[in-house]
Design a protein around this ligand. Structure first.
Ligand SMILES: [Zn+2]
Length: 429
């Protein structure tokens, strides 16, 4: 068959049927877990292997050739109408989970790729489609995220010595995997790959608050992580007068409310203190030392950098006023990633063509697209998360929103074909 554009009513009908199949498949894959009683799948684990086995016949029936690569990523190749040297569109997300996960984070994006090639009903595009199920995004096993996507863009080397809870390094885990999977293909991307598209549940409440099914992501926020230690003085809770105390926890608490206020006054800024411990920790002892974390996110790296400085200066000022010291250190900084404007426009157009309102969104969470975007023109589409619930067994997605995403995705495939043809100066009829 050729790449004749399909009528929109046909796409809508295909999408409605495919949405219920996608949800049933998500439920089936949720049963592949490393921990009975909850959903947990980690890098190169037995449950991940079972997910690959479950998915393989689905992809093969859709006309795709299925492999795993040496980093344990599932790779399904749906050929183009012409030949092997055609451009290639990569569609994917991750198949690993956090502990006690929901059934859609990551998996949905991989099943979307499958639903889209199935939705072509045997029709071949002028480009090949490769669907990728990344082996690790969450970092659950090694504490280091994005192992699957980093391997694909050859940026795993500095993580290879990371160890899991059993002392196994990533390097060892990979070489064991390669030994058990001699058929595994090269991990790196084909040089013909010309774009990356990721569908993902939003993991937040924005689309729901706007009563929208879909959103087009234009950027992923940069992140700073800091450690702080407030060094006060421990003392007797009954004998130390209030004005003579150096209560490290009271200082930290004052600083935390300032963090909240500072972030609330800057558009798009998120600042979170997620961990705190007080020592010595006695009910009748004034806290002498408080250790806490700080996570700051914004899509503008300058705003993020300035905000981190202001928030840490505030910690020093509060500590000084209370007669104590604070040690503060930024130990991790990940720059913001801006997705590709041409790919974003194609997504906007596809969502509108499918009959849905389109908004541009920022992702506060990290995604595989963040790792891929510096190497390939990338775009992301979010699906509404009911209740904004994510990384939780109650995470869900509405069937009608999945249908919207599949419909928009099918429109995207035709838009992408036109885009490639125009780029090559060879418009297709
Ligand atoms: Zn995810």
């Amino acid at each position: 068959m050729n790449s004749t554009v399909v009528a929109d009513s046909v796409r809508a009908a295909i999408a409605r049927n495919a949405a219920s199949t996608l949800l049933a498949r998500s439920t089936a894959l949720a049963a592949c877990t490393d921990k009975p009683g909850e959903i947990l799948r980690t890098f190169l684990s037995p449950a991940m292997e079972r997910v690959h086995q479950r998915m393989q016949p689905w992809f093969e029936t859709a006309g795709a050739i299925v492999s795993v690569d040496r980093a344990g990523n599932l790779r399904a190749f749906y050929p183009s109408a012409s030949n092997e040297n055609s451009p290639r569109l990569l569609i994917g997300s991750h198949l690993d989970t956090v502990p006690n996960a929901g059934a859609y984070d990551g998996v949905l994006g991989v099943l979307m790729g499958l639903a889209l090639v199935e939705g072509l009903s045997g029709r071949k595009m002028p480009f090949a489609v490769e669907i990728i199920g990344f082996s690790d995004e969450e970092g659950t096993r090694f504490g280091i995220p994005f192992l699957g996507s980093r391997a694909v863009v050859n940026q795993l080397d500095d993580a290879l010595l990371g160890k899991d809870a059993n002392g196994i390094t990533i390097r060892e885990a990979l070489s064991d995997y390669a030994a058990g999977h001699p058929e595994a293909i090269e991990t790196s991307l084909s040089s013909m790959t010309t774009g990356y598209l990721e569908f993902h549940i939003e993991q937040g409440p924005v689309l729901e608050s706007k009563k929208l099914a879909l959103g087009v992501v234009d950027s992923l926020a940069g992140q700073s992580r800091c450690h702080l230690v407030f060094n006060g003085r421990a003392g007797h809770a009954g004998t130390t007068p209030m004005l003579l105390r150096r209560d490290a926890l009271a200082a930290a608490a004052e600083w935390m409310t300032r963090c909240e206020m500072i972030a609330s006054n800057v558009e798009g800024l998120m600042a979170t203190v997620g961990q705190i411990s007080a020592e010595p920790g006695g009910v009748n002892v004034i806290p002498g030392t408080v250790r806490c974390s700080l996570d700051v996110r914004h899509t503008d790296d300058t705003v993020r950098g300035q905000s981190v400085r202001v928030i840490l200066e505030e910690a020093h000022a509060i500590a000084a006023r209370r007669g104590m010291q604070v040690d503060a250190e930024e130990y991790h900084a990940q720059p913001a990633v801006h997705l590709d404007s041409a790919m974003i426009s194609l997504c906007d157009k596809a969502v509108r063509q499918a009959g849905y309102a389109s908004i541009r969104m920022t992702s506060g969470a990290g995604h595989d697209a963040m790792v891929i975007a510096p190497h390939l023109p990338a775009a992301m589409v979010f699906l509404r998360s009911p209740g904004g619930i994510s990384h939780h067994p109650d995470e869900s997605v509405l069937e009608e929103d999945v249908a919207a995403a599949i419909h928009a995705g099918l429109c995207f495939l035709d838009e992408f074909a036109l885009f490639l043809a125009e780029k090559e100066g060879n418009p297709i009829a």
